[in-house]
Each structure stands twice: as structure tokens, then as C-alpha cells.
Write a protein that binds this ligand. Sequence first.
Ligand SMILES: Nc1ncnc2c1ncn2[C@@H]1O[C@H](COP(=O)(O)OP(=O)(O)OP(=O)(O)O)[C@@H](O)[C@H]1O
Length: 568
Amino acid sequence: MSRLPVMTSKRVLTNSSSENAQVMAPAQVWIRLMQNDHFFLFLLFIYLFGVGASRRKPWDLKGKVNDMEDKIRNFQTKARSVNEEMEALKGSLSHSQSRVSQLEKEVEQQRSQISKYEIELQALSHVRQELEKVSSDKSFLQKELSNLEEKYKVMETLRDSQETELQMKLSVQESTMTRLQSTLRDREEEVHSLKEMVAEQKEELHSGEMERRRLHNTIQELKGNIRVFCRVRPLVSGGLSKHIQLPASDDKSIVLAKTEESHTGKVADTQKNYNFSFDRVFGPQASQQEIFEEISLLVQSALDGYNVCVFAYGQTGSGKTYTMEGEEYDDTRGVIPRAVQQVFKAGQKLAAQGWEFTFTASFVEIYNETLRDLLYTGKASKRPEHEIRKMASNEVTVTNLTYEKVYTEDQVQGLIAVAKRNRSTAQTSQNDRSSRSHSVFQLHIEGVNGGRDVTCKSTLCLVDLAGSERMMKSQSQGDRFKEMTAINSSLSNLGIVITSLANKESHIPYRNSKLTYLLQGCLGGNSKTLMFVNISPESDSFGETLNSLRFASKVNDCVIGTASSNKK
Ligand SMILES: Nc1ncnc2c1ncn2[C@@H]1O[C@H](COP(=O)(O)OP(=O)(O)OP(=O)(O)O)[C@@H](O)[C@H]1O
């Protein structure tokens, strides 16, 4: 029975939640026991019959009763104070209980709060993952950053050293520049004075050039505006046949000797000499270079604004084409390529004095009084026809003809090759056609000196005439007769024109043949003309050689009026 309250109080404690155990302190357990009445009576019994009874004599019952009464009173007092205390404790207990229930509420609240937090925490779990990822990224980036910072530091160091180096270089450059600037100033002054000197020298050069041209022209005039050179072709076997004699002392004479046998045999054979003299006579040994040297001054005149005409006259096979065109190797090149070379070179030299030249080439063939473009490269079936026209400016032009602007010697060589091809095509259909046609190469020269406001215009004509041999009328018939007539008439008309010019006749019959009509500008008083008379050395060519030399001699005797430059 005495253990029951304790059991009860223990059950009270056991029934409480673990959280309440913390609140039910030992004092509170004691208070609960006090509240129990059985427990109180038990204590009083112990006191009255256990402790108090032991001190009195067994017979002193009154004393014992007194003691007991005292004790009861005492006890009652104590019980009252215990009750009071208990009341106080009860108050405190109820307060604690209300506090406990309040705390329990709070705990409940906090629990619900915690469960809320747990839900939120769960919701935030992916955020945590994100956060983890971000933090791993962050650590990676931090590493990168620290790497970059390292690099940056290295770069900074490098930059600093380069800056220092550059600054040093800059200061060196600056000092060099200052030095160069002062040198430049010196040079500019030098250039300025040199420019002045050049201008003075240019002026001197120009007046020198003018003087040269004047003197050159005077020499040409003294030599005569129409000159004749004779050239003897070597024999195929080499050397020279007896009937042609070239006096060693003189390079202007040629003697054609004819031995006439005595028919009776009673008298000695007689020798008849035909003496001719020309501006120059070239023997069979004369090289192409020697020939050209003699005419190069004339070619120079073309650049000075004079019309120049060089033609080769002679029988077939006498060396006209060899003289005018030559062969393709350097030493054997003829007058046309050499003249073109000289014109280009002189043009380049004159460029230093402010001259700018334009060269235009044409190449035409006259066969049977018909013109044919030797630079034509189109279809044979579409080959155009040509007419010679005289312009208002008195210049002669050919319709539908190729006028090709030329800039280099090679280009001119190319044109000569085209002309050769064109001629050989025609040749296949008509044997030996080239011998029976005239070929006329013309280089039109136009010069402008912008600085001095001077221009010049001229034409360089280089002509390879048809073979001059005469045929017995009885021997020629049909086409051959027609050709012969055409050649003879154009060549004899050439002679007539030259003679008429020499005689200063009022009418010059240029239009009587295509050749003279085409060469009109180059044959008149305003031109310098040179004729090559080419002769064959073979004895059976004696008659033709004599005829050629007679024709050339007639031309040589002509004095055509003073040429004037087409310079404005
Ligand atoms: N001075 C020379 N030295 C060496 N060979 C020459 C000379 N003159 C001409 N010949 C040669 O003689 C041949 C005939 O010359 P070329 O063809 O020039 O005569 P051509 O008068 O023009 O004849 P064609 O009237 O038929 O055109 C050619 O083989 C040429 O190479």
C-alpha cells in the first residue's frame, strides 16, 4: 500500500511524453505525492507510533499523550505550512502546466513549422544540386581565373619589358628620324638646285636638238632630196662577174662593161663601158649593217617630221626583198626592221625631252593595180576591197586597210611575218607573184611635245617594188601580159612622177598608177626619197642591169624641191 502512490506518480511520469519528463523535475514529483491523502496519513502514523513512543517510559502514558499532542500540534503546524507550501507549489504547478501546455503548443507549432521546412527543403533539393554544380563551376572558374591571372601577370611583365624595349627603339628611331630629316632637307635643297640645272640643260638640249635638226636637214638638202644607192648582189658562187667593175678608189661609181666579139675575127674584140655614178655604190660584200648606216640619217628625219620614202628597184632576184626585209637573223635583217628599231630607239630618247610618239603600221601589196592588205588576218572569203582616198588634209589613206598601232620592234617583226604569210598564200595560186607585185610598208609617226606645244607628223614608206625586167611582147600573153603591162606602167609612171617633180611641172600624174597614188605624200616636195637600185651580177642579166642603172641614173639626176618638216 505504501508503494502505490509512488507507482501512481511513476505512472503519471510514464504517461507523460518524453518532452514532459524534462518539465516534471523531482520537486514536481514530490508535490504530486503530497497531493495524495493516503501518503499523508502514512507519514503521521510513522511519526506517532514509531519515533515519539520510543523516548517516554512505558508507563508514562500521560506524558506520552502530551508528547503526542505536542507532536500532533507541531505536526499540524508543519502540515499547515506544508499545505501552504503545497498550495504554493500547486499554483506553481498549474502555472507550470499552463506553461507546459503553452510550450507543447509552441512545440507543435515548431513541429509543423519544421515539417513545412522539410517540404521546402525537399523542394529546394534540386536547388542544392544546382548550387553544387554552380559551386563546382565556380571552383573551376576560380581555377581558370587564377590561371588567367597568372597568365595576365606574365603578359604584364612581358608587356612592360616590351614597352621598355619599344621606348628605347622609339628614342633611337626618333634620333634617326631627326638625322634623316636634316639629311632630307639637305637633299631637297640639292634636288632643287639639280632640278634647276636639269631645266637649264633641257633648254640647252632642246636648242641643241633644234640645231641638230637644222644641220641634219641642211646636210640632207646638200645631198639632195632624192638619192640613189646601187647595190650589187653577190654571185651564187661568190665574187663578181667581169662585166661589173667597181673602182676601188671610189664608192660612188659602177662600170658595166660589154665585150663585143668581132664577127669577122679580123679585128680585136671591142669593149663598151657604161659608166654610172650614184650617191653610193655597194659591192657584193656590203653587209646589211653597212647599208643601213648610210640610210639611218634619213630614217632619223622621219622622227623630225619629214616624210621619208625608201624603195628598192631592180629585176627579179636582184636582192630587193633581201635589202628591204632581209632575213630573220640579226646580221641579215634588212632596212625595214632596222629602220623601225631606230625609230623606236630615237623616240625613246626624245621622250626625255618631252616628246611622246605614236606609231601606226600598215602593209599593203599592189598586184595588177589592185590593193591587198598584207596585215589582214580574217577569213579569205571575207577579204575586203580597198580604195585609195585623198583626204582634205592632202593625206592619203586606204579604205578597209589594217592600221595597227605598234609599240615594240618585236610587234613589227610579227607584222612582217603576217605579211609574208599573206604573200605566200597568194603565191601558191600564182607562181612568183611576189616578184610581180609591189609591197609597201608604211609607219605613220605622230609626235607631241606637250610642254613646248609642238607636234610633228610624218610617214616612213619602205617599198619593195615588183621586178623591173621587161619581157618580149611575143613571149607574154594572157595574165602574164596583163601583169607585165601593170608593172611596166606603174614603174614607168614612178619615173614620170619623179621627173615631173624634178621639172617642177604643174601637174604631177600621181593618179596614173596605184603605186604613185599611194606614195603621193612620200614623193612630193615635202619628202626625202631614197632609191636602191639592186642589180644581179650574172652576165645574162646584163641587159636588165643596164636598164635598171639607166632608170636609176635618171632618177639620180632629179632634184626635187627642198623638203620641209611637218612640224607645227
Ligand atoms: N646582198 C645579198 N647577199 C646575199 N644574198 C643575197 C643578197 N641579195 C640577195 N640575196 C639572195 O638572192 C636571192 C634573191 O634575192 P631577193 O629575193 O631579195 O630578190 P628580189 O629582187 O626581191 O626578187 P623578187 O623580185 O623575186 O622578189 C635570195 O635568196 C636572197 O637571199
